[in-house]
Design a binder for this molecule. Structure first.
Ligand code: BT5
Length: 273
């Protein structure tokens, strides 16, 4: 009860001080309320904002997930941020930035909750509860990447009853699992997240996603799980083997043959470890 009533604004001055000399977050646009930080970051990028520019909002009125879904974004509790990137990479590897951001978000989450992990492709999950998601959007010009916006939403301090009813079964927040009653200091979490992303992004640009694949596999909650795959309405089931070099999910189906999944929604059939 008290926690939400004393919910504090994000300590943006402190976050700016922490990020002052960094490649990611050296410039931060802070918005008390906005439609979607990904949309704001896209507009800034179109007008020439530099790589590493970050947009953070206290709340979003039209927070977005993949495929036109919405991201519940109430004020004062969680983190909603978007980062502008301008990588010199081929268009076809840009979707891998979702996996790169997943590594960064899961490693950050683990600094607070040891068993946080990634559910391919874009979820941060703790004990079966979705605590975060990533939305990567790109603009290209003449066959080249103009810019990429990586949007990250993480539920930090929201309580179960503060979720809309339809999300209560599957959604969670990291503070439920830290073992203390303290809320997570959002500016500290954002600082660590941007530092982890900076490091993972540098590795990705320098060496490709292959250099992060072992870390990703270690953070993955799906390996060995029995799953149901929904690729635009096409349903299949199988056991997850791991991640292919390009970020596709590798499955073994009932007939024992290997299968690659490039884009889909995954449901775990046999519970998380
Ligand atoms: C995602 O999509 O998980 C990507 C979410 C990205 C949100 C960030 S916030 C900052 C930036 N600005 C934006 O506008 N977006 C990004 P997807 O995998 O499609 O999952 C969406 C589904 O997750 C919804 O259909 C709900 O079922 C569920 N959901 C919605 N809000 C949630 C929340 N706060 N916590 C957990 N689950 C949620």
């Amino acid at each position: 009860m008290r926690r939400s009533m004393t919910a504090e604004l994000l300590e943006i001055d402190e976050l700016r001080r922490l990020r002052r000399d960094h490649r990611l977050g050296g410039a931060i646009t802070f918005l008390p309320s906005t439609d979607s930080t990904n949309t704001r970051a896209r507009d800034l990028a179109r007008s020439g904002a530099a790589e590493g520019t970050v947009v953070i909002a206290e709340e979003q009125s039209a927070g977005r997930g993949r495929l036109g879904r919405s991201w519940s974004s109430p004020p004062g509790l969680n983190l909603y941020l978007s980062v502008i990137l301008r990588p010199s990479v081929a268009l076809e590897v840009v979707p891998q930035l979702t996996l790169v951001a997943g590594v960064a978000a899961a490693l950050t989450a683990r600094e607070w909750v040891a068993d946080a992990g990634i559910k391919w492709p874009n979820d941060i999950v703790v004990r079966g509860k979705k605590t975060g998601g990533i939305l990567t959007e790109m603009e290209a010009a003449e066959g080249q990447v103009a810019f990429v916006v990586v949007g990250i939403g993480l539920n930090l301090n929201i309580r179960p009853e503060q979720f809309p009813p339809e999300l209560r079964e599957h959604a969670g927040a990291l503070s439920w699992f830290t073992g203390t009653k303290e809320p997570i200091a959002r500016h500290r979490f954002a600082d660590r997240l941007l530092s982890q992303l900076e490091q993972a992004y540098e590795t990705f640009v320098r060496s490709g996603f292959g250099a992060l694949r072992d870390t990703w596999n270690e953070l993955s909650l799906l390996t060995g799980r029995s799953v149901r795959i929904d690729s635009s309405g096409q349903i299949s089931t199988g056991t997850v083997i791991g991640l292919d070099a390009d970020g596709a999910l590798l499955l073994r189906d009932e007939s024992g043959s290997e299968k690659r999944v490039v884009a889909a929604d995954v449901t775990v059939l046999d519970g998380y470890r």
